[in-house]
Design a protein around this ligand. Sequence first.
Ligand code: ADP
Ligand code: MG
Length: 682
Amino acid sequence: MLTSQLISPNSIAVVGASENRSKPGGKVLQNLLDAKYQGTVYAVNKKPLNIEGTVYVSQISEIPFVDLAIIAIPAHQCIDAVKQLIEKGARAFIIFSAGFSEAGAEGKSLEKKLVEIINNANATMIGPNCIGIINENYKGVFTTPVPEYDSSGCELISSSGATAVFIMESALLTGLKFSNIYSIGNASQTGVEDILEYMDTHYIPGKSPSVKLLYLEEIKNPFKFIKHVTSLRKKGCRIAAIKSGYSEAGSRAASSHTGALATSDTVIRALFSKCGIVYCSSRDELIAVASVFQTKELKGKNIAIITHAGGSAVMLTDALTSNGMNVPDIPAAFTKELLSKLNAGSSVANPIDFLATGTAEQLGVIIDFCENYDAIDGMVVVFGSPGLFNVKDVYEILDKKISTCSKPVFPVLPSLINAEKEIKLFLSKGRVNFPDEVNLGKALAHVFNSELILFEKVMLPEMDFAAIRSIINSSYDGFLNPDVCRELLEAARISLAKQKIITDIRQLTKTEQLSYPLVMKVIGPVHKTEVGGVILNIINEQQAVEAFTQLMRISGAKSVLVQEMIQGEELYCGAVKQGDFGHVVLCGLGGIFLELLNDTSSALAPMSRQEVITMVESLKGYKLIEGYRNRNGLNKEMFIDIIMRVGALVHIAPEITELDLNPIIANEMQAVAVDVRIRIEK
Ligand code: ADP
Ligand code: MG
């Protein structure tokens, strides 16, 4: 909970204040005063200080009353200070001090005590080990740059103070503006979830900042995170985030394929796509995405590239088209008039290259043409300067057209040295710049694809829910045996190859219509192929007898599974439980696609049909499912159905810790699981 004292304090005490501006306690005072903070500032230090605009006190007891305390003293002195400050009315604390949980066991227990004391007082604590916060009312940070507050600017929440600074530094240079900035440090009391909750519950449409950038090292409460992010997205906010730290926690102790594939990064990607957050993996990417957010919304995939720089246009075309966007040809029939207004040698087929000699006026004509040409949804203008001519008039036209066009126009102004002054002037009009065309291309595609989600209510497919529950309730922890797996899949209506378990070869002949060719597999060992426990393409009874004998000789063999052999390509689907995140469902193509290319996509269960379609279509090997060259396609609908049902099954039976359908064999007619592994834990 963020207290009003944190958001709009009437008074602030800086504990550990200093006249020295290169110390946190000195710098924060300077930032507060420079930004003309309206309330009283107490500068607390045993050593006498003379800082204009502040009230000096030698100790906390001399403060009459205070709302917010900013603390910049050694960790071991913090507890005592906080206790005294609470007595003085303080209900908000920003703790810069390091030396807490990040420093070892002793620091950890100090931090725990601190949180307890602050919680008992119903106060808010930001930090420790942070650079502070910036909002409309005050600039409580000890670093620079200190961006001007702009209510339409980005809100930033960062687990790392240094990273927050680096993000602001690069972002300000590209013209981005900021509103509220929260450096949460160790986040021992106030985490990203709490700040998102505050943003969500205090959101005023048209007034509150709508772009949010997150740099996260930890999501402690995924449930709360999802709730508020989804709500903010529904209110029209746009969110991009970096989640650092690819720990392999998810793949620890995993006995299934899915378990091994579900790294913490997979989970985060699944989480982000569930709630419409644009996943970023670097500061540059985050900034490019934020700049896309600050431009008019792109309504379709078709981009016109307008430039005088051929190389940039080619790189941008590659970046766009390899990420699912289009740079459509503009047929000559439509461009005759346009061409007549450009210099000889210009090309207008898209990319539109109006040459180094192109004029500002011509740029205006081209932009107008694209604005009125229906098959274009947005424009990128790449325009730099080789230092020979002035680009001021070009950037003026660009600025005007960005305002007047209904379609978004993305400026790539790469001449950071040659056109430094002109770019500054352009940015001062409230514009952003994308210095690198490829970063823009990727960001544009990324935003466009991430924001397609509809937040629809997930409808579970029809399944025998009662049977599923009863099977789970009557099973014990561990791997379910093949018969129970089959029953569970039947109840979930997931198709499995026709099969029968036998302990005696005579049972084979008695089986109800299993038709050759058959596959026989040992039951007992978990990984069957590794122990020679899978025999394929058995075409007659004599081979079946031999296979049975061979399989029963394998150490640990209990019985033999006889299955119809399915012809087709291997696909895969699985689910794995990820603590508070719930289940992650993964899908992909089998074989080398899975093993070498790691080509999987993931989503948090349960998934809507649209989510599953996106999962399948975003696979690198999707073309094989669609049909490629002379290869027939696979039954995509049935694959989608299986994935949806896996999501629904683990939702109904959360005791399932791992579920693997590996492989699912698919052809044009069907998609059928041939190997199932399910582990439960109650
Ligand atoms: P495991 O994963 O324990 O080694 P599987 O049951 O997945 O055992 O079998 C190994 C491989 O044999 C599968 O990946 C698939 O290529 C092939 N296979 C298994 N069952 C069938 C089947 N019914 N039809 C066609 N191929 C099969
Ligand atoms: Mg298998």
